[in-house]
Design a protein around this ligand. Structure first.
Ligand code: MSP
Length: 639
């Protein structure tokens, strides 16, 4: 979909606590979307910020003896630092305590009050502090909050109300007539389900006797504004509503408000009605994503399982963290975060698949062409297959961004990377390198390099620093790529001089995983039967099993059981000595895709160094090598 501008927002985050993975997720998602739109040349505005008023912030501040403003000033720093760390490219960061915001909230309140859309009345009902929301008795579920399922308190006081109920029929019609306004569609159904019950008017004030920390009502100084009424306005106050008309018209309506599923009602019911009552057009779309669970448990302080994005990216790298967040969560649904899942995906997609393609291509270009990408010779079916897989991935990525399925787009790009590794396996450039005519080798390496140009560009919005480094090593310019150039197979790589680079994504040793995650705690009975020594998952994962291709094999002189093999594993050559000579002739094993223990401590057997151990099945007087059922690149992990 070609847009003329793209305006994306994240929720503004409460400053009562430090940022966690949930906050990081929405913000990285917004960043990735913003970066893709910029690559398409679409003017883009990306807004994030902090929600600084309300009872939660006041209470958190009181607890540590600070004023709410001091507390907000201190906590906002951790958000700003995290966004800098995570390479977030927001265009603005709004704080709801800034004057540019508070004046707009007051203007909107005053005009709704003047029009009679806000009225004063006695309130007798229930209040949920964590949600900062009022409920009628009929809304409660077995006496507790229908949203967060926590206890509510009874409250009787005079307050100001927004005539939200008057807009119920209009909103239902609007949602029905605008498919795509609430996404994914099951969240749209959820909102329509909520609107089947009579919509109460919204209490938009809090008496100062109970809460002082908020924006004062312009028509009654004894009250402050309900925090949600205040917070939602950030999406328009930041872009100049009531202050800079041209700027406001340039960006509004928002293309996407990205939110978590728990704040659906405030965004799909309160906010559209507030806008409609104020005569402002509605945003184009509100997209609610799912939650990150830790293992299969809800993340919470009390369960001590809160994932700290800062710590995690320090440990494993910012780009790998961004990649995992985007690739692992099916947009809209809940996803499970565990360190094991992270390491598995990292090792498979980045260290093995992308890492192998890169290191093989660079090594062979260096060895045979002095690092200069050659002209390709004639392309045959294999080249055509690779080209079409890579270009298809580029189209899928573009569609996935439009359809809010970044996870699918990333999946398509990883598929193209695997296809390129398969292509190298088929074309065997290491064998072509031995020929005097270097044209076939040049063709293969040009195709691999062009694939790297395109996939690095497609992944650039997800992993900006690593992909920029990769593109510079490929001899491409430091500038952002353009999406149009990534959708075309080109000749730009010909003649480029590549520079060597360190491993882009060094393999993570699974032993470095600090804690066991909740999903892998042992089940009931834990005693092994006699004669059985149980290993747990962590023990097993210490062993790195990888696929490797046998390049050469020969008998070890003076040892009738041993063969000396040279194997190729993800671009790396190794020598191993294996006790298989009584079962295999050297020629029989050459070309086989075998499984080896890659992190076996190097040893010397009959004076020959052996780095790795191959797997074989023995029984019935026979010994057969363990091989893989189908084609996967060498260096793939076996789990
Ligand atoms: N201040 C309000 C939003 C106002 S927007 C006008 C708020 N703030 S919050 O800090 O509590 O939450 C911000 C976002 O974090 C919400 O979208 C929420 O869904 C998201 N997440 C909180 N925990 C989460 C996970 N475990 N996983 C994913 N996102 C989750 O609500």
């Amino acid at each position: 979909m070609k847009r003329d501008k793209f305006y994306v927002t994240t929720p503004i985050y409460y400053v009562n606590d430090r940022p966690h993975i949930g906050h990081a997720y929405t913000t990285v998602l917004a960043d990735v979307l913003a970066r893709y739109h910029r690559l398409r040349g679409i003017p883009t505005f990306f807004l994030t910020g902090t929600d600084e008023h309300g009872q939660k912030v006041q209470q958190a501040a009181e607890k540590i003896g600070l004023t709410p403003q001091q507390h907000a000033d201190a906590t906002v720093v951790s958000y700003r630092e995290l966004w800098q760390k995570l390479a977030i490219t927001h265009d603005d960061f709004i704080r709801t305590t800034e004057t540019r915001h508070t004046v707009v909230v007051q203007k909107i309140l005053q005009s709704l009050y003047d029009r009679g859309d806000i009225y004063r009345a006695e309130y007798d009902g229930f209040y949920c502090l964590p949600c900062e929301r009022f409920f009628m008795e009929r809304d409660l579920v077995e006496g507790i909050c229908p949203e967060c399922k926590r206890p509510v308190e009874r409250i009787r006081e005079t307050n100001y109300f927004f005539r939200m109920g008057n807009y119920q029929d209009w909103l239902i019609r609007y949602i029905q007539e605008h498919p795509g306004f609430i996404q994914p569609d099951y969240r749209c159904n959820e909102t329509l389900g909520f609107l089947r019950k009579k919509l109460n008017d919204l209490c938009i004030s809090r008496p100062k006797t109970r809460l002082r920390w908020g924006i004062e009502l312009p028509f009654d100084r004894d009250y402050v504004t309900y925090v949600w009424f205040d917070a939602l306005v950030n999406y328009i106050s930041a872009i100049g509503y009531c202050a800079d008309d041209a700027r406001f018209r340039k960006w509004w309506p928002a293309s996407y408000h990205l939110i978590g599923k728990d704040i659906l009602t405030t965004h799909t019911v309160y906010w559209p009605i507030m806008l409609q009552a104020s005569g402002v057009p509605l945003p184009e779309a509100i997209f609610a994503h799912g939650w990150w669970l830790v293992g299969d448990a809800k993340m919470s302080k009390s369960a001590d399982n809160v994932v700290n994005p800062m710590e995690f990216s320090d440990r494993y790298g910012v780009d790998a963290f961004r990649y995992f967040l985007m690739a692992e969560m099916v947009l809209g649904q809940d996803a499970s975060f565990t360190e094991e899942a992270f390491v598995r995906r990292y090792n498979t997609d980045l260290a093995n698949d992308l890492g192998n393609l890169l290191s093989r291509t660079m090594k062979m270009l260096g060895d045979s062409f002095d690092g200069v990408i050659p002209h390709p010779g004639l392309a045959v079916a294999e080249e055509e297959q690779l080209r079409s897989a890579v270009l298809k991935a580029a189209c899928t990525m573009e569609e996935s961004v439009d359809n809010m399925r970044i996870d699918l787009g990333i999946g398509a790009v990883s598929g193209a990377i695997r296809e390129a590794n398969r292509y190298l396996e088929k074309r065997q450039p290491w064998t072509l390198a031995k020929q005097t005519d270097k044209t076939p080798l040049g063709t293969v390496l040009y195709y691999a390099a062009e694939t790297l140009r395109i996939v690095s560009g497609l992944l650039y919005p997800v992993m900006p620093a690593k992909m920029r480094a990769l593109r510079c090593a490929l001899g491409l310019s430091d500038d952002d790529p353009s999406l149009e150039d990534l959708k075309r197979w080109s000749t730009v790589m010909i003649g480029k001089k590549i520079s060597t680079m360190q491993y882009l994504f060094p393999r993570i040793d699974v032993r470095s995983i600090k804690k066991e995650t909740p999903s892998v705690t042992p089940a009931a009975a834990t005693t092994a039967p006699d004669g059985v020594v149980w290993v747990d998952r962590a023990d097993f994962q210490k062993v790195q099993l990888c696929t490797a291709r046998v390049q050469t094999a020969e008998k070890v002189v003076g040892a009738d059981k041993l063969l000396r093999l040279e194997i190729e594993m993800g671009g790396e050559s190794r020598q191993i000595v294996a006790g298989i000579a009584q079962y295999y002739q050297p020629a029989e094993v050459v070309g086989k895709l075998i499984v080896v223990v890659a992190n076996m401590k190097p040893t010397r057997i009959r004076g020959i160094e052996s780095r790795g151990m191959l797997l074989a099945a023995s029984g019935g007087g026979q010994l057969r090598l363990v091989t893989v059922d189908g084609e996967v690149p060498t260096g793939s992990s076996v789990q």
